[in-house]
Design a protein around this ligand. Sequence first.
Ligand code: GLA
Length: 484
Amino acid sequence: MTPRELINRLSRGDASLRAACASAYGPHPELIETACTRLWALARHYADTFSADDTIVVVRAPGRVNVIGEHTDYNGLPVMPMAISRDVLVMAARAADVCVEISNVEGTFEPRAFHLERHIPPFAPGDWGNYVKSAMQGLIDHWGSADGLSGLRMAISGNVPIASGLSSSAAFTIACALALLTVHNRTLDPLLFADVMAQSDHYVGMASGGMDQAASILGRAGACLKIDFFPLRVQPVQLPPSTAVVVCHSRVKAAKAGNARDEYNRRVVECRLATAVLHAAAPASAREPQLLSQWLAWDTNGIDDALARINATLHPEPYRLPELARILALSEETLRATLCTTKTGICCNEPPDGFQLLKRARHVITETRRVEAALAVLTAMPPDAARRFGELMNQSHVSCRDDYAISCPELEELVSAARDAGAYGARLTGAGFGGCTVNLVPADAAPQFIAAVNRAYYAPKQFDHLPDNQFIFAPASGAGVLVA
Ligand code: GLA
């Protein structure tokens, strides 16, 4: 199909296009309407920027909201997110050469162009084009070569709020990668695709786990996903009946390119140091655990035992490099070059307040227990499932705030406004340091909930006129091809 034909079909209200949208977004007329409007804008933009007569494909990749299981993924421990109906759409066609050209419909981002090659040099740090490069580099690394690849012309449209903890960057990267696959008629098994995309995130300096990519690629309409890692496994689960998921934006930006990224990487390093110190204290296994999940499996008798060991082994005072070097029998220089350096190659210097190993390990292990408990509630689905699930979300928030130190005053205000407004559970979601809260509320009271949080949080701050403060999300399906 060409952009010209797509525009004609959209103006005729073409049933097959509406059916493709319905299978992506579910039977929600307003979402199908929005999708058709965006497709129209995408086709117009593509035609104006490139050509109305290219043979194009359109792919989409959703953002995600994490319901419970925060900062567990890079420790190899489980999470429970869902894909959302906000997504990134890419209209793409094969180029005659190896040049990738990208143009953003909303005009938020400047056009970019680069060549596909075995090793793609990055743009300046923080440049949005690096997300496109990371997508392409991830696939090229997986294939081991850029041979046989043509460049792409891509028009991009996104409606996942940026820097809000809803994985706009994973949605963007995955949509670009899916565009490259689709125009070349190549496919990847979805689990493998999720792994490849999780690896590619390191291109932009994040030592993140694989939750965002797995949720965006493997999302299921109507279901949350319990995700386990190494190897990646996904189990769809239903949220309690008659509940709705409402997401509230604090309006504090948690930019992945800035301080939030350094704070995130610091926590990755603290978890690795905690793993090493715990193993050194009582090495039940000859194998050297790299992740808290491996330590849990190899050196302990399960979560209760792990928590007892954490409390007995790790001290509450900050750890400094000389002490860590002594415990681990390494020089400080080796320690800096190994455990303190993430897979992105960035070394995390000793923070002024030292490494907080006890708190970080305690959060990760108690959060793992909460995810397993949440799964048990959703599987058994007792009559008070919503209340019990909500209670786990509330506990998760306290742990994220007190042990993981990823909250901020605005998120605290928003969470307490949500509790006052009758949420079963309210917590920060995503990496933290700003962004959004996720709230489980009675479905029939969702409009009143939204109004009450508006009165308590947005109106006094004069944010009530801004778009995208609050959303009701139904779980959406994962990334896919909309127009082939
Ligand atoms: C970010 C990362 C994820 C995950 C969350 C915290 O979204 O990209 O991999 O670690 O933070 O749960």
